[in-house]
Design a binder for this molecule. Sequence first.
Ligand SMILES: Cc1cc2nc3c(=O)[nH]c(=O)nc-3n(C[C@H](O)[C@H](O)[C@H](O)COP(=O)(O)OP(=O)(O)OC[C@H]3O[C@@H](n4cnc5c(N)ncnc54)[C@H](O)[C@@H]3O)c2cc1C
Length: 340
Amino acid sequence: MRIQKDVSLAKLNTFGVDVNATSVLTFENGDDFSNTNIGGYLKAKSFLILGRGSNILFTKDYPGNIILMKNSGKEILHEDQDSVTVKVNAGHNWDKFVKWSIDNNLVGLHNLALIPGTCGATPIQNVGAYGVEVKEYITEVEIFNTESFGKEIVTNSKCKFGYRDSIFKNELKEKAIVTSVTFKLKKFKGDIDEKYLKYSGIKEALDGKDLTPRTLYECIVNIRNEKLPKVEEYGSCGSTFKNPEISISEYERLLLKFPQLPKFDTDREGIVKIPAAHILEKLGWKNKRSGDVGTWIYHPLIVTNYGHASGEEILSFIKDLQSDFKSETNLDLECEINII
Ligand SMILES: Cc1cc2nc3c(=O)[nH]c(=O)nc-3n(C[C@H](O)[C@H](O)[C@H](O)COP(=O)(O)OP(=O)(O)OC[C@H]3O[C@@H](n4cnc5c(N)ncnc54)[C@H](O)[C@@H]3O)c2cc1C
């Protein structure tokens, strides 16, 4: 494991916030957390696991050890006529893995194309996009438990996956280092389920092309490239906020003020999800700027660092937006990103 002291994190978070950490420990292939030297760093009170830093906002210097997950690579555990089961190391780049699945004509991950970050971070918030969540493909997650100091397997049903949520953000927060994730992906046999096409704009963007994992992947990449800020050009963590999940009666109350407000079913009876972007746009939060911070030109949920904003400035902007949302709707707009 490589150890560096007093390190700038500017290139290690996609907001591009320039803060320092006391040390960065790079966890690479062959490293083992149960090794006593590495374990010593985990016993120190303050440590933080970092993948690509694409879902984290640093508001100040980090006074502890950053464990940077760089273990990459994958191994096929099982293959039959219908599916492939593959174990991927936590530090492996997510989009590279998605591309590998497309090259191998596997169904499912196309809708999760181009999400920045590592494979090991995907179960943490159960990443999702364009009507699909990663929980559908994960069979198990291997962790190193920082309390018992041993390896454990958390099977899918134990992960308590929810909307941008899992056991790793709750009971196992700071207790589990994800070391690898196992996925089961179906082989393409000529059919793609309708569920992959239901997000608005996908069918239109396919424009009559044959429906295959590759055409769907390319279509999602095109949509994302048009709508979202490119990580290399603008600082952001994608969507900063979760869409609120509310009762039908709360939804009906909101309709009086926002008559065109859409709603989406959830798997909970009587609870619907509403697009916060619709309300924020009506409240004038699309492409709103304050100094170097603002919301994205095309999307008010994406708080963006347009220059050299500090983490504190970004947080202050986030709080202003949340407070306006609350006063106009009486609803809390919860952050999707991790604020440190
Ligand atoms: C332009 C853009 C678009 C995005 N689009 C989407 C999207 O469509 N859908 C979506 O869900 N997200 C999206 N995101 C958010 C982000 O890319 C994902 O949440 C991604 O999975 C984070 O991966 P990461 O490696 O960068 O994690 P990090 O930001 O490094 O970490 C995120 C959290 O997970 C923890 N963590 C990371 N790795 C591990 C590990 N191995 N073990 C234990 N804990 C760990 C960290 O401590 C932190 O709490 C987007 C971000 C950007 C910048």
